[in-house]
Design a protein around this ligand. Structure first.
Ligand code: UT7
Length: 333
């Protein structure tokens, strides 16, 4: 019996309308367009405005876009996974709320938290359900309202993050294309360099945690930067080598969008021409779980059936990983 493979068969996306530019940020904290462009490579990011709007609102819009683009009915979906670090609430899962908002009723759903590697971990998880032979239509959503945990008085973190959502449909592959190989890693001791201090079971919310500003992202930027560059490049090269891919035969790198310097360093280590490295950080910043699907959505019209793609991520945990995909479809206008 031949092994069933999983393939991404469609992409959908949603970003909120509000554009927070570097110029506007410069009126909020002591920073400049020049510093942000040189050190991070971000020009603007999207922010979800409106009372009582959360991650599920963006996730649901991305899923609706995906269902329309792929001609899929909500009734056909068997499993929905939502990768997020900014769930609507601690429980129930944001995935459940998205299912409710888009009318998915014949499925089960759950959230997955792996920091900025969440989408990649989600792809890995979804692919196992397909490969087992038991599931045929799975939606993976990566969505984050980072603006809900960003401190807009902290210039070291507030330029980096943005809000957004993306979703992919995962089905059994019909030919040799699909998800070929992956490797994920964790180093939990890295948590001290990037985390949210309060709001969980160790430090539930209190007046004190609010006074101490412990509900915002805490990041030691330089430490995270060094880990991100080495781990993302090492694991991408490992996946490249063990699949006999070269800088010539690899068509695309889809790297997590955290900092343009990390993205370029990874591409260089892999020996890739810059035009093979997907980049949209300038438009959206770091949307955490949404960076990879937003990239795939932006580049979808350029991707060809059979293209060799490596997805690579690094994030809070620390978590990191790389996946080799042979793209499964040509874009239909
Ligand atoms: O997706 C999850 C994983 N996260 C990441 O991958 C993020 C990794 N880290 C980074 O991308 C970078 O470390 C940052 C973008 C966070 C910071 O860039 P950096 O080049 O590492 O800057 P730095 O922290 O070393 O700061 C350099 C200088 C400092 O001033 P002094 O001490 O040299 O006078 C900072 O105070 O830049 C200053 N600075 C700023 N200046 C203007 C820090 N933030 C800003 C700012 N505007 N927004």
């Amino acid at each position: 019996m031949t092994q069933i493979k999983a393939a991404i068969t469609g992409v959908g996306a949603f970003v909120p309308d509000y554009v927070l530019s570097n110029d506007e940020l410069s009126t909020m904290v002591d920073t400049s367009d020049e510093w942000i462009m040189t050190r991070i490579g971000i020009k603007e990011r999207r922010i979800l405005k409106g009372k009582a709007k959360g991650t599920s609102d963006m996730g649901a819009k991305a899923v609706q876009n995906l269902l329309e683009k792929t001609g899929t009915s909500p009734d056909e979906v068997e499993l929905l996974i939502c990768s997020t670090v900014t769930p609507d609430m601690l429980f129930p899962a944001t995935a459940n709320i998205i299912c409710d908002k888009v009318g998915i009723k014949n499925a089960f759903s759950f959230d997955l938290n792996a920091g900025c590697s969440g989408f990649l971990y989600g792809l890995t998880t979804a692919s196992q359900y397909i490969e087992s032979g038991r599931y045929k239509k799975i939606i993976l959503v990566g969505a984050d309202k980072m603006s809900s945990i960003v401190n807009y008085t902290d210039r070291a973190t507030c330029p980096i993050f943005g809000d957004g959502a993306g979703a992919v449909l995962i089905e059994p592959a019909t030919d040799e294309n699909g998800i070929i190989d992956f490797k994920n890693q964790v180093d939990g001791s890295g948590r001290k360099h990037l985390h949210q201090k309060a709001g969980g079971s160790v430090k539930p919310p209190s007046y004190e945690t609010i006074d101490n500003q412990e509900h915002y992202i805490y990041q030691e930027g330089q430490v995270v930067f060094k880990y991100a560059v080495s781990r993302m490049a090492d694991i991408s090269v490992e996946i490249m080598e063990r699949n006999n891919l070269t800088a010539e035969t690899l068509n695309w790198l889809a790297p997590h969008q955290a900092n343009l310097r990390i993205i370029e360093a990874t591409g260089r280590r892999m020996g890739l021409a810059p035009e093979k490295v997907m980049v949209n950080i300038q438009n959206f910043g770091n949307t955490t779980d949404a960076t990879i699907p937003l990239l795939l959505n932006d580049y979808e019209s350029q991707l060809k059936k059979g293209d060799n793609i490596i997805i690579a991520t690094f994030g809070a945990g620390f978590t990191w990983g790389a996946m080799y995909i042979k793209w499964a479809y040509d874009h239909q206008k």
